[in-house]
Design a protein around this ligand. Structure first.
Ligand SMILES: Nc1ncnc2c1ncn2[C@@H]1O[C@H](COP(=O)(O)OP(=O)(O)O)[C@@H](O)[C@H]1O
Ligand SMILES: [Mg+2]
Length: 314
């Protein structure tokens, strides 16, 4: 069985995309896991980072490569999306001129933003409220239907979902399909005040979906998406640990969410952005044009994070 994990935070710029990519690659590189990355954000940042903007544009606009848009389009045309076609192999860069064999990706598409609105407005009329609730569940289960196709030889160890910075229907599709949700956060006051609220929202989704399933007497049962924890990103260090203000935030979040804060974190540094600018993973630090030492450090922290992730999320 694949383990499906959503990276969720309605704030932008906290590292959802960065963590999805680098952690996914780390799980493959250091733990030999077969990984699928799914880009659900119409800003397509994960797709851009993983293969480069030029290659992405060529795939989507010249070669008509399938993306997540195809998946939602098929919902509207009442057909089933074919996972074989939607999942792209041999596209995620590993080092210059090479791609990963076992890190696959589902690309995003800018028109997903319109699909989200269209999805929210669409309402199939049923013979009664119960049937209509069943239709509402199908709207949430579009992504899950795709992942349900992945069995046996096509199965992944981990499926990581990079969510947009909102909790609209595309994000809800990710949540519905996930075993876990993980919240990336920056250790500052404003970024951390939202975490409890996000957890409350997600708990409410679990409750709502469960009630909907019961009410509609839906064929499958709904299993709760569990809270996988909080991962801190962009941490500043001094003397080998988080600097004092970051340490204080860490401790206060640990008290508020006992057992849910990852011990390992990612430091703030240019390595990540330099790697992004040449579409390479942080682990290819020796191939970067600059900031190699910083990237090497961040790569080490990502390895430790991947080690902890395997233990916590299994
Ligand atoms: N640890 C880090 N150090 C420095 N820059 C980072 C780090 N993590 C992310 N960034 C940069 O911050 C920006 C936002 O990160 P991103 O992963 O896109 O966040 P989100 O997906 O939550 O919007 C990007 O430009 C990224 O390169
Ligand atoms: Mg993002």
């Amino acid at each position: 069985m694949s383990i499906v994990v959503s990276m969720i935070n309605w704030k932008g710029g906290v590292g959802k995309t960065t963590l999805t990519l680098q952690l996914g690659i780390g799980l493959n590189k250091f733990h030999k896991k077969k990984v699928l990355l799914i880009d659900l954000d119409p800003q397509c940042n994960l797709s851009f980072l993983a293969l480069g903007v030029e290659s992405y544009v060529d795939k989507i606009y010249n070669k008509n490569t399938n993306s997540l848009k195809s998946v939602f389009d098929s919902y509207f045309s009442d057909t089933a999306a074919d996972a074989e076609k939607v999942i792209q192999k041999d596209l995620v860069n590993s080092r210059p001129g090479y791609v990963f064999k076992n890190v696959d990706i589902v690309l995003s598409h800018q028109e997903l933003v319109l699909l989200d609105l269209r999805l929210a407005r669409s309402r199939k009329s049923g013979k009664d409220h119960k049937e209509e609730t069943g239709y509402e569940i199908e709207k949430l289960a579009i992504l899950k239907r795709l992942l349900d196709q992945l069995q046996d030889e096509n199965e992944y160890d981990y499926v990581l979902l990079d969510c947009p910075p909102n909790v609209n229907l595309v994000t809800q599709n990710a949540f519905y399909a996930s075993d876990y949700f993980v919240v990336p956060a920056i250790p500052d006051f404003l970024s951390t005040t939202g975490i409890s609220l996000i957890r409350d929202y997600m708990e409410k989704f679990n409750k709502d979906y469960k009630n909907m399933h019961q009410y509609a007497e839906y064929t499958e049962e709904y299993t709760d998406t569990k809270f996988g924890g909080i991962i801190f990103n962009m941490v500043d260090e001094n003397r080998g640990g988080p600097k004092l203000t970051h340490k204080e935030t860490f401790n206060s979040i640990k008290t508020q969410h006992p057992g849910y804060v990852f011990d390992n974190y990612i430091t703030d540094g240019d390595g990540i952005s330099v790697a992004g600018s040449v579409n390479l993973p942080i682990f290819a630090h020796e191939h970067l044009p600059r900031s190699n030492a910083n990237a090497e450090k961040q790569a080490r922290y990502f390895k430790k994070l991947a080690d902890e992730f395997i233990i916590k999320i299994n």
